[in-house]
Design a protein around this ligand. Sequence first.
Ligand SMILES: [Zn+2]
Length: 333
Amino acid sequence: MEPKVCAKCVLPETFPRISFDRQGVCNYCLDSQGKEGRENKAVEYRQKFESLVSEYKGKSSYDALMCYSGGKDSTYTLAVLKETYGLNVLALTLDNGFVSDQASRNIRNVVEILGIDHIFFKPSFQVLATIFRTCATEDIFPPKTLERASTICTSCMAVLKSSALRLALEKDIPFVAFGWSPGQAPITSSIMLNNPRMVRMMQKTLFDPLHRIAGDDIRPYFLEEKHFSGSYHFPYNIHPLAFMDYNEEDIYRHISRFGWKAPEDVDANSTNCLLNSFANVVHIERFGFHPYAFELANLVREGCLDRSGALDKLRHMENPGATALARERLGLA
Ligand SMILES: [Zn+2]
């Protein structure tokens, strides 16, 4: 039997700490300020971003380091930074060994057409596979992270985010940009100056469990003591989609100008990664809810996605080809 789902968003009764009122509306919806909440803050955050752009633009060799997966959201964000704000962007793609071939072609096309410098960073596959294998069966991070993403996704993201921050520090780049959708991260975190003390704390919660699994091989992906010595400028993390209009169709239309095509070998919730399907299957088996439920519910509440579209994405069967490929490459077949 399918679990009961909130009448307004798409969170199921299996989601952590959920409750429903008599109309079947969940506590997350009742606590949310919805579409208006984001719209009211959008102007303020856009202005804040524009004033930071005028302060920092042209002061360093690159204005922004974009964490670029090649998916639709980060492609759109990259285009906005370059075309709307005129920033000199360095794009960084983490190759986790599961980048779809079409996604690789998209990445090459987009950075060429936009005239952007780009780095493919491919950590040792043995190291990543060791991490992903463990993450398929163990909850190595704080329980809260499980509400927003699978443990596999969180581990990959930890390597990407800390590698990007390290590169930004070493190249003195003032912004690290992400293509988070308005459902993935709230507008209130869309412009955040990295605070070294906070970074050190957050890094510890991610580094320590990964270090137990993979050992010192992961050290180059994280900050070291010298980075906290006071001689580096910590950048702002930004995710501009939070304070912009967000609509999937508009995004697809916009990025098709660069020859961007949706990969067909991925699942309904990723437009770049072949590991995502497997990560979703494992998460659903273990916890009884889809790791994208939280993001999709937020997008519905904020008027960025209609409810039936979100339900479709959650009910969509995972891609069996991608799932089998992941099991095989990770030695779990
Ligand atoms: Zn709800």
